[in-house]
Design a protein around this ligand. Structure first.
Ligand code: PMV
Length: 320
């Protein structure tokens, strides 16, 4: 039997970094989809063929079960299989193939692949896992690789749509939003999310009183943004995006390349703009009304960015 599952990437809208510290965030799933195909094989090897990472890898089930090493390019795939195999005592060989869009712009390929693997394994071995069981397994796998992570990207990949999310999945609330007037700009490559989470953590340890206050303001913004999304109040959401950006700047995660795109978008008439995710590069987004949208896009390109064209509020993980 062959099973294929796809899962979407994500765009963080509000609350990044604070969400690692028990505060909420808002995230939307994006229509850049990642695919996992599984086939049961004879014997007890797991083979991985990743066109995403241009990597092929093979390990026996007993070795994977006892392993604590996760080679970089297949780390999320291995961690997800390991968690599920251990929990359900599975010892069967499988062939795993992963694929995705030519470019992923830092918009959540690892979490999408992790979720797709877990859902595909649930289907292949008829485990009938609930969405919350799949969330827990996928989140554990991500934590195994990243050590510190909120799980927001796992929730976006699994549930899809636009969600209000509290650390570790304590709350996962789908938000009924209409068309999101959001433009995504890609600033270029970045260092890893793990490094940026660690940098914020060391700042937090040194100046807890200050960073706690910043996270608390982020919390307030996210709470209010949730209501404004439901009202499609883009003007206020633009102002909130700018405020959130100022707070992220104070954490030291902004870069000159991101700042250029953000200022260019605002100058061209965007209602607001901020970076999205850990910072250090990757993407920013701008909120813009239809009359300024073309100008905002052009200004992002002129400032050295690239427009990422993809659907927002996309479907969650699904069987293909
Ligand atoms: O860099 P991204 O898009 O994976 O976003 C990371 C968001 C953080 O809040 C910094 C980390 C997390 O796990 O929530």
């Amino acid at each position: 039997m062959t099973i294929t599952v796809s899962a979407p990437g994500k765009l963080m809208l509000f609350g990044e970094h604070a969400v690692v510290y028990n505060r909420p965030c808002i995230v939307t799933a994006v229509g850049l989809r990642f695919y996992v195909t599984l086939e049961e094989t004879n014997g007890n090897s797991i083979t991985i063929d990743s066109s995403l990472e241009n990597e092929q890898y093979k390990i026996s089930v007993p070795d994977l079960i006892s392993s604590s090493i996760y080679p970089d390019k297949v780390s999320f795939v291995l961690a997800a299989i390991q968690h599920l195999y251990r929990k359900y005592g599975i010892d069967k060989g499988i062939a795993v193939t992963t694929r995705g869009p030519d470019r992923s712009f830092g918009l959540g390929s690892s979490s999408a692949i992790t979720v797709a693997i877990v859902k595909a394994l649930s289907e292949l071995f008829s485990l009938n896992l609930s969405t919350s069981e799949m969330f827990d397994l996928s989140y554990q796998a991500v934590l195994t690789v990243q050590k510190k992570a909120s799980g927001f990207d796992v929730a976006a990949a699994l549930y899809g749509g636009t969600i209000y999310f509290l650390t570790g999945g304590k709350t996962i609330l789908p938000l009924e939003v209409g068309q999101l007037p959001i433009i995504i700009g890609y600033s270029g490559k970045k260092v890893s999310t793990v490094n940026y989470v660690a940098a914020v953590n060391s700042l937090y340890e040194k100046h807890t009183w200050a960073i706690e206050s910043i996270f608390e303001l982020m919390n307030q913004l996210t709470e209010r943004a949730k209501d404004k999304f439901l009202l499609s109040d883009w003007l206020t959401l633009g102002e909130f995006a700018n405020l959130n950006q100022g707070l992220l700047e104070s954490l030291g995660v902004n870069t000159f390349d991101l700042a250029k795109l953000i200022f260019a978008a605002r100058k061209a008439g965007a209602l607001g703009a901020k970076l999205s995710g850990a910072g250090g590069g990757d993407c920013m987004y701008a909120i813009a009304t239809p009359d300024t949208s073309a100008l905002v896009k052009q200004s992002i390109i002129d400032a050295g960015g690239e427009i990422v064209n993809c659907d927002l509020n996309a479907d969650g993980a699904r069987l293909e």
